[in-house]
Design a protein around this ligand. Sequence first.
Ligand code: SF4
Length: 229
Amino acid sequence: MNVAATPEQPGHDCPLCPRLVEFRQKNRATFPEFHNAPVDSFGPLAARLLIVGLAPGLKGANRTGRPFTGDYAGDLLYATLKQCGLATGRYDRRADDGFALVDCRVTNAVRCVPPENKPTPAEIKTCRRFLADEIASLKRLRAILALGRIAHDSVVAATGGRPSQFRFAHGAVHALPNGLQLVDSYHCSRYNTQTGVLTEGMFRQAVATACGLLADAASSSRNEHENRG
Ligand code: SF4
């Protein structure tokens, strides 16, 4: 079986969100050494778990060109993925550090850095085409971990659901209309951890819940196979 069709990634100069294009041009002038372009997803196409964040941070992914790489949220995310067996190598806050994801892939609901980390509803909706294509293209995908309510709502909408019928709650698990499982977590931002909204333990538990769904999916597909055989 083909593990995936290659998901559509936005071009380096994607023109679809005028405000973000203007911000991109400004950042290209101010920080010419930064990536300053839409940030593509990271991880193997055969992944069974997709992790969806909000948007690149100005001096994180927008600088390094790899999701979550280079800022606090990435420190916590990638350390946790490694603890849970979903990554190998040494994470060193650089896109070329050799760090690799195992059975999971990381992306953002919005691929371009927004001013003050706040994309507008129109920008979230416009960029959803790339999220929807990502989800549809990963043929082995079983579960999605959404980091924060905006990612949660966008995943629900991208899979044909109505966000009003899937309430975001840290640790909640939802059955999506397309058959995938969605796990919610508060975003692993510095703000959320400093204010105590999210502890490292809570975050590890949410990732572990998503991993548990992969194990359940593997054992139910094994059972189906045995029952058929
Ligand atoms: S946020 Fe998405 S749709 Fe908007 S300009 Fe960037 S890549 Fe294109």
